[in-house]
Design a protein around this ligand. Structure first.
Ligand code: FDA
Length: 305
């Protein structure tokens, strides 16, 4: 119920204006978002890499509704990658990209060209790109783009969402040598026809997918904060004899930082997903939807002003 409320709030422009103008919301944003621009993001990346963590940067924003906006997003990523390289922050830092922000919903071919430019900038900077997973209606197009990009940039990563019924099959397809797959539960409201609805079914699917990825020849990226799934991933890594550097954990910036430190201290590669940019509202609503305790934190931050 709360989850659907915040998901609905994520799409409300009126609420967005209200939340953005509330001074206390800035405190909450700081917990989950690296800063309004690349400058602030780079500072946060430096702090995380100094702590032995890897990073995946996401430039926040909704889907691009115009070709101009899509080009601006591409240019932002290309400039960011060159700054990361100049600051000596690659390969520890890579980028995560949403094809919808590159105009996928306007013109798939142009979105592919923009993604290609970003992959090329990443290759020059000595790092990688991971394509985010969005609504299920875009999954086929995104995975087709991935196949195209991987011909030229084989290290381009995919994200698969365990809540989708199709994902076990996609894991089988992608569990091949050189393939990087981020496995997450999935963050969108999807219909029962395509997605498991109960958290138990999603968790069971996550474990089946994890088993396939860990048994396969690719590089699994275990993106979850769920203590049970993290323990299962550690167990499967031992079972399939995957040492450090043969898989990684990924967690969101600001979520369970003590767990991020614990995993890194245990010798695991831990990548922090680090969003930055001015359009943080939709992202923040999704984080609130995931965890009621954050709503209380948010309410306290707002009311203390
Ligand atoms: P779940 O939400 O069930 O939480 C399990 C436990 O983790 C909770 O009980 C709590 O202890 C802790 N926790 C979770 N969220 C918390 C929070 N916000 N604050 C504090 N504690 C929290 N989705 C998608 O659809 N497409 C994508 O491309 C991506 N990309 C992506 C990258 C990375 C690196 C991560 C970690 C996640 C994504 N996601 C995503 C989001 C993902 O699908 C999912 O919505 C969130 O990770 C939350 O799911 P969990 O696996 O953490 O489990």
């Amino acid at each position: 119920m709360l989850r659907s409320l915040f998901r609905a709030a994520a799409g409300s422009a009126r609420l967005e204006r209200l939340v953005e103008s509330t001074p206390g919301s800035k405190e909450m944003v700081k917990r989950f978002v690296a800063g309004g621009d690349a400058e602030g993001a780079l500072r946060t990346v430096r702090g995380l890499t100094d702590d032995g963590l890897a990073v995946s940067l996401d430039h926040l924003g909704p889907e691009s509704a115009t070709p101009e906006r899509a080009r601006a997003v591409r240019d932002e990523y290309v400039a960011l990658l060159s700054r990361l390289r100049d600051a000596g922050l690659t390969p520890a830092a890579e980028v995560s990209v949403k094809l919808s922000a590159l105009g996928q919903l306007i013109d798939e071919k142009t979105a592919y060209e923009h993604a290609r430019a970003i992959c090329s900038a990443a290759a020059e900077a000595g790092t990688t790109v991971t394509l985010a997973a969005e609504e299920h209606t875009t999954t086929d197009a995104t995975l087709e783009t991935l196949v195209e990009l991987r011909r030229e940039f084989p290290s381009t990563g995919a994200v698969l969402q365990a809540y989708l019924r199709r994902t076990e099959g996609d894991c089988r397809e992608l569990a091949t040598a050189g393939s990087r797959v981020r496995l997450c539960k999935g963050a969108y409201a999807e219909p029962e026809s395509v997605a498991f609805q109960s958290s138990l079914d999603v968790d069971k699917s996550y474990v089946r997918c994890l088993n396939i990825l860990m048994a396969g020849e690719g590089y699994p990226m275990v993106a979850t904060h769920d203590p049970r799934l993290i323990a299962i991933a550690e167990d499967r890594a031992r079972w399939f004899d995957r040492g450090p550097g043969e898989f990684e954990f990924q967690l969101l910036y600001g979520v369970r930082p003590e767990e991020q430190a614990r995993l890194a201290a245990g010798g695991h590669t831990v990548r922090v997903y680090l969003p930055y940019g001015r359009q943080w509202y939709g992202y923040l609503m999704h984080r609130l939807a995931e965890r009621p305790a954050n709503v209380a934190l948010f309410a306290r931050a707002v009311s203390s002003r």
